[in-house]
Design a protein around this ligand. Structure first.
Ligand code: COA
Ligand code: AMP
Length: 638
């Protein structure tokens, strides 16, 4: 391995506190921290206790003060509306100050929660930063989620305010957000006092008197009266945001991110992992509703004094598979970060990469892929067509920044296809068997991280320390359980192969099959069901539901299947991409009644499979295989 990475990783291992104290110098503190890490605080310890700072100050004010006022902080590029806007650090600070003043006038203060349900528009970024400015805690909800998912998040976070827009624009259709929000508030056990609604040209929303406020008018009024909103000092350990992510039940987990550790880790990652310098243009083609969007559309680039791209479009169809190359060339992007699924979609439309030739990509240095395993085929294609390093990196909403990857900022290590490369400083990654014993190189097992987790990782779940302990820390004492299965080879390279729980990855989006099963089971005619993720050439995985219908039901099964598909779309959202529901006579089970989802998945994915020794009735799996084959889904080989 190249010496720079080894030296840096060893330096961290030998003196973690010294390493992170040094990294913390890149951040402006209002009051220095008392200790780098205190193992006695919180669930497994807390980073930088006693330190006072402000994330918005570090993202905007200090850059304006040090001469970056005229540099682009954010470039909004929206092929779906035909808009490009450049927001300098100075202009963005003005906007954020005015919005923070609006929040304050609405009675929002330090520690209060603000839910942000917004499409990919600059106002969404302002909404996050303005919350950070006054010490409020934001919780961004992805626009593709349905009203009931939004309701769960409003209830759990007990948000005082919801910031939204009148609509989102997906390629080819406008999605009215306001009716979804109204429905969500109707369902929510907690009612926010106000909703701030940004009216978009494409579709205006009706505002409810007393509760709803026009975003742009309120901001303009605050600016007109010269409203000030200084940065509220917060503790490094105070929460910056809650980001809900799929857990193994229908109840999403509220991942908490603190202020201090988050800033330190992201700044370190921007420089030393991504190798991005201040002033350079960094593009994470994700959505602000996901962790990648939080960290690398908003906070990482701004903390680093870089320019972030906010792209409201798709890799294909807006207008074509050359969209990414157009953005890179037009805005001088040096680094692109996206999910492999985007590249599979591009490759399908433009297999030879012909559209790449039409753009000047000479300033483009590296492509980072995450969110799902970067399949070697896609990595190879991207490398060949783009001629830049293609870097798989593995992490999760919980960790908040890459656990493993090839650290281009420290000097690129040899690439191994299919591997997320090496652990980054801060992470001691190990593989354990189910009994908690370490396994040897090349042996598949549970991928865990030795505690403490580094700065930037979650300290706990929102209002749920016990759930955090149970879900993440109790199975392997002394370690954080990633719920990923994989192995580490003899060179220390990490290979992440699959999840150990019911989470599936659909176009880089993390979804729980358990929560889809809850929705399927709620249909009056469904007696029992199983949802599995099956392989998809573009999205990686898509869900498929198997439904056993109640004995007394004589309706057409195709009608029930369509109703269940509609229910999942309505309750979870279009992002679930739940388009396959199949009525079957029985589900395959073990003698103890456990549904054999893994074997069903193998059959659907055309992998070889063995009849499980514990199966109750082998004929059921043959029935499932026949039904799948009839639908053209899987031809099993046994
Ligand atoms: N608001 C409302 N609806 C949304 C939405 C949003 N913000 N985002 C997605 N949806 C809808 C889509 O319109 C689609 O609806 P449909 O079933 O009516 O077609 C559905 O949710 C699924 O969306 P998506 O997963 O984006 O699939 P797609 O077929 O529209 O596009 C890709 C497939 C691969 C092009 C797309 O997923 C993509 O660009 N991925 C990039 C990577 C990425 O964003 N990863 C996130 C983690 S890094
Ligand atoms: P999310 O919390 O949405 O970021 O999803 C995290 C999960 O996505 C991880 O636990 C993995 O299962 C999967 N994942 C993310 N990145 C990778 C990667 N580079 N390789 C393999 N799996 C990944």
């Amino acid at each position: 391995m190249a010496s720079s990475y080894s030296e840096v990783y060893d330096a961290w291992k030998q003196d973690p506190d010294g390493f992170w104290a040094e990294a913390a110098r890149e951040i402006d503190w209002f009051r220095p921290f008392d200790r780098v890490f205190d193992p006695q605080l919180g669930v497994y310890g807390r980073w930088f206790p006693g330190g006072e700072t402000n994330t918005c100050f570090n993202c905007l004010d200090r850059h304006v003060a040090s001469g970056r006022a005229g540099q682009d902080a954010l470039i909004y590029d929206s092929p779906v509306t035909g808009t490009v806007e450049h927001w300098t650090y100075g202009a963005m600070l003005d906007e954020v100050v005015a919005l923070a003043a609006v929040y304050r006038d609405l009675g929002i203060g330090k520690g209060d929660r603000i839910v942000i349900y917004m499409p990919m528009i600059p106002q969404a970024v302002f909404a996050m930063l303005a919350a950070a400015r006054i010490g409020a805690v934001h919780s961004v909800v992805f626009g593709g989620f349905a009203a009931s998912e939004l309701a769960t998040r409003i209830t759990d976070s007990a948000a005082k305010l919801v910031v939204t827009a009148s609509c989102g624009i997906e390629a080819g259709r406008t999605i009215a957000y306001k009716p979804l929000l109204d429905a969500a508030i109707g369902m929510s056990r907690h009612k926010p006092a106000h909703c701030l609604v940004f009216q978009r040209q494409a579709l205006k929303a009706d505002l409810q008197t007393g509760r709803d406020i026009d975003f742009a008018l309120a901001v303009a009024a605050a600016r007109e009266r010269g409203a000030q909103a200084p940065c509220t000092p917060v503790l490094a350990t105070d929460p910056l945001y809650i980001l809900y992510t799929s857990g193994t039940t229908g109840q999403p987990k509220g991942v908490v991110r603190d202020n201090g550790g988050h800033m330190v880790a992201l700044t370190w990652s921007m420089r030393h992992f991504f190798g991005t310098r201040p002033g350079e243009v960094f593009w994470a083609a994700s959505d602000i509703g996901w962790v990648v969007g939080h960290c690398y559309i908003v906070y990482g680039p701004l903390l680093n004094g870089s320019t972030a791209i906010l792209y409201e479009g798709k890799p294909v169809g807006t207008p074509d598979a050359g969209a990414y190359w157009r953005v890179i060339a037009q805005h001088g992007v040096t680094t692109l970060f996206t999910a492999p699924t985007a590249f599979r979609a591009i490759r399908k439309e433009d297999p030879q990469g012909d559209l790449i030739g039409g753009y000047d990509l000479s300033g483009f240095r590296a492509l980072f892929l995450a969110g799902e395993r970067a399949d070697p085929d896609t990595v190879g294609w991207a490398e060949a067509k783009l001629g830049v390093p293609v870097i798989d990196n593995w992490w999760q909403t919980e960790t908040g920044w890459p656990v493993a990857g090839n650290p281009i900022g420290l000097g690129l290590l040899p690439v191994k296809y299919g591997s997320a490369a090496v652990p980054l400083p801060g992470y001691d990654v190990q593989v354990l068997d189910d009994a908690g014993h370490p396994v040897g190189p090349g042996t598949l097992g549970n991928v865990v991280i030795k505690l403490p987790l580094p700065p930037g990782c979650l300290p706990t779940f929102w209002n749920a320390d016990e759930r955090f302990r149970e879900a993440c820390l109790s199975e392997f004492p002394g370690y954080y359980r990633t719920a990923d299965a994989g192995y580490i080879d003899e060179d220390g390279y990490i290979f992440i192969m699959s999840r150990t729980d019911d989470i599936i990855n659909v176009a880089g989006h993390r979804l729980s099959t358990g929560s889809m099963e809850e929705v399927c089971a709620s249909h009056a005619d469904v007696a029992e069901c199983a949802v599995i993720g099956i392989a998809d050439p573009i999205k990686g995985q898509v869900p498929a539901g198997f439904l056993v219908i109640n004995a007394n039901v004589s309706r057409e099964t195709s009608d029930i299947e369509q109703e269940v598909i509609g229910l999942v779309r309505e309750r979870i959202g279009p992002v679930a991409a739940f388009k396959t529901a199949i009525c079957v006579q029985r589900l395959p089970k073990t003698r103890s009644g456990k549904i054999l989802r893994g074997t069903m998945q193998k059959i659907a994915d055309r992998e070889s499979w063995k009849m499980p020794a514990t199966i109750d009735d082998p004929a059921v799996l043959d029935e499932i295989a026949a039904v799948l084959q009839a639908r053209g889904i899987g031809i099993s080989s046994r």
